[in-house]
Write a protein that binds this ligand. Structure first.
Ligand SMILES: NC(=O)c1ccc[n+]([C@@H]2O[C@H](COP(=O)([O-])OP(=O)(O)OC[C@H]3O[C@@H](n4cnc5c(N)ncnc54)[C@H](O)[C@@H]3O)[C@@H](O)[C@H]2O)c1
Length: 312
């Protein structure tokens, strides 16, 4: 089957591409190599795909590329391209977030309708929820994003459901909860913590360390993403979370155990836009996507540690 993956050179997108190629699909990747982190890192992510004869890369943004030819004949489209990162979404850079996340999604949805794409999966985020007094977060919990990034991810999710309702485009949205593992983006906490452990550098911990997160190992996020294309219900939104809620200070202790190194922690002010707690109710994903979490945090962190160490 021909499959299109936007954001193919990114952290999650490149794992998805590798899995699709391994299963015999023909993959067209789309990526504009936005400079949020170095192109060289993304080229590394794509290294094995680039050598594959069933892989093709179209370089450019989803909002500017002529998408008709790209989507023609595609059996599934996975839309992961986005300007990621909560903290940098304030201020002038918000323009980038609206361009890539909102306009980019709208252009892709239009093109998908034109091409008659049979299934589209949109990568949304737990950031759409904001802080909630009630945990775990269910798909029908109120969405009050705390960051401009979360606002753009929610806007794109609404666009996806509009196109499903008005044009019958079979779109499924997934709200990923903090994905980690090899190739994790360099701005993300586990990457920064493990790199600091490797380099003997200080770890910057924002807030009191008691904020909690639900973490998802990347292979599990990719499996849920692929199942969403096969068996997700069009128009539905699914939480994708590892199912274990841990305070950041507990994560730091786990990192010390996994790496065998003592971290030098420097406490910093909490960052605007960071949620206090995240915890996913994954009943819907378990029921419709057969989702389950396969990696424990020490296992997943161990694999990310091996990766971080291999690329000093
Ligand atoms: N990593 C997480 O924990 C997490 C959590 C929630 C949601 N998400 C969502 O999952 C998706 C993938 O996240 P990631 O962590 O792999 O990010 P990433 O930054 O590693 O990957 C995104 C890729 O999209 C590309 N891109 C950005 N805008 C584009 C555009 N307009 N056209 C074409 N390519 C474009 C970038 O160059 C990048 O390679 C994103 O949509 C993100 O919002 C990620």
């Amino acid at each position: 089957m021909k499959v299109v993956v936007t954001g193919a050179a990114g952290f999650i997108g490149s794992h998805l591409v590798d899995g699709l190629l391994a299963d015999g699909h023909e993959v067209l990747g789309i990526d504009s190599f936005v400079d949020f982190y170095p192109r060289a890192t993304k080229e590394e992510n794509l290294q094995s795909a680039r050598d594959h004869r069933r892989f093709r890369l179209l370089e450019g943004t989803v909002q500017r590329l002529p998408l008709a030819g790209a989507l023609d004949g595609a059996g599934q489209v996975f839309h992961l391209a986005a300007q990621a990162g909560v903290r940098s979404s304030w201020g002038r850079d918000f323009e980038l977030y609206t361009e890539h996340n909102v306009l980019g999604t709208q252009r892709l949805l239009e093109a998908a309708v034109e091409a008659g794409v049979p299934r589209l999966v949109y990568a949304s985020s737990s950031s759409v929820y904001g802080d909630s007094p009630v945990l775990p977060l269910r798909e029908d919990s109120p969405c009050r994003p705390l960051s401009p990034y979360g606002v753009t991810k929610l806007a794109a999710e609404h666009l996806a459901s509009l196109y499903e309702r008005n044009h019958g485009l079979p779109v499924v949205s997934l709200r990923y909860f903090t994905v980690y593992g090899p190739r994790q983006r360099p701005d993300m906490a586990f990457h920064r913590f493990l790199a600091a452990a490797r380099d003997g550098a200080e770890v910057h911990l924002y807030g009191d360390g008691k904020q909690t997160r639900d973490f998802t190992y990347v292979d599990d996020a990719v499996a849920a993403t692929r199942r969403a294309a096969d068996s997700g219900r069009p128009g539905c939104v699914y939480n994708v979370g590892g199912g274990q809620r841990l305070a950041l200070e507990e994560v730091l202790r786990t990192i010390e155990q996994v790496t065998g190194r003592k971290l030098q922690i420097r406490r910093e002010e909490p960052q605007k836009g960071d949620m206090r707690d995240t915890f996913a109710d994954t009943a819907a994903a378990r029921r419709d996507l057969g989702f389950r979490s396969t990696a424990t945090l020490p296992e997943g962190l161990g694999r990310q540690w091996e990766w971080i160490r291999s690329r000093r």
